[in-house]
Design a protein around this ligand. Structure first.
Ligand SMILES: *Cc1c(COP(=O)(O)O)cnc(C)c1O
Length: 230
């Protein structure tokens, strides 16, 4: 039998609290993004009633319908691959774009943001494991990409995001989380304009506790809240 969203959410929040406390962090410093791709509006509303305040979506078209129906009483984060021709809509719909992985995309965001006279908050997505299948900028090119995005005045870079390889044993994912944190520290030291490394978005249903131990400030949890997709 599938658990109710509210029970799942309580369980996830307890784990976040326990893990944070155990490693001397404040649970308030960890934001939970409930990943609602392929999840219907009914369940999303259930999650919001149960206390979810940030939702993460992967596909613009799917997200658009849901955001129009559910509304903006919660925050919406874009966590999937974003096509340049969807930027105009994306910056109107989302509060944070976590998946910026190339200069051309950032330039388009800057251009559109400028015409709306706003500043768009982004994270830079890094392919920390260098798997060909994963999107994200390669680790060794990340500093250079960020130095270029930092010049775009209508963008505020707020941190890094990664999707590590899926491994059954979450301990095996730890080195990737550590590597993202160290990259963030390196970028912080460089002191780029319009850039802070306050957010590290890493950790999903299977490994968010390890991610928190390694410094995650945003965890993106789908299955553990909404159940298996599809
Ligand atoms: C689907 C997805 C998640 C959530 O994954 P779960 O294993 O269901 O928790 C998190 N981040 C991204 C980028 C995703 O695409």
């Amino acid at each position: 039998m599938e658990h109710r969203v509210i029970d799942n959410l309580i369980e996830v929040k307890e784990k976040i609290e326990k893990t944070a406390t155990k490693c001397g962090r404040s649970p308030d410093d960890i934001k939970l993004v409930a990943v609602s791709k392929m999840v219907g509006v009914e369940k999303i509303k259930e999650a919001i009633s149960a206390g979810v305040t940030i939702l993460g979506e992967n596909y613009l078209q799917e997200a658009k319908g849901k955001i129009e129906e559910v509304g903006k009483s919660v925050q919406w984060h874009m966590i999937g691959h974003l096509q340049t021709n969807k930027v105009k809509q994306a910056i109107e719909l989302f509060d944070l774009i976590q998946s910026v992985d190339r200069l051309s995309l950032a330039q388009e965001i800057h251009k559109r943001a400028k015409s709306l006279d706003k500043r768009v908050r982004i994270l830079v997505q890094v392919n920390i494991s260098e798997e060909d299948t994963k999107s994200g900028i390669e680790r060794e090119s990340a500093v250079s990409l960020i130095s270029e995005i930092a010049r775009l005045t209508n963008i505020s870079i707020e941190g890094l995001m990664t999707i590590p390889p899926y491994l059954l044993d979450p301990q095996k994912v730890r080195p990737y989380f550590k590597s993202l944190r160290e990259l963030g520290e390196e970028i912080e030291r460089r002191g780029f304009e319009n850039t802070s490394m306050k957010e590290l978005s890493m950790g999903m249903s299977n490994d968010f506790e390890v991610a928190i131990e390694e410094g995650a400030t945003i965890v993106r949890v789908g299955t553990a809240i909404f159940g298996e997709r599809g």
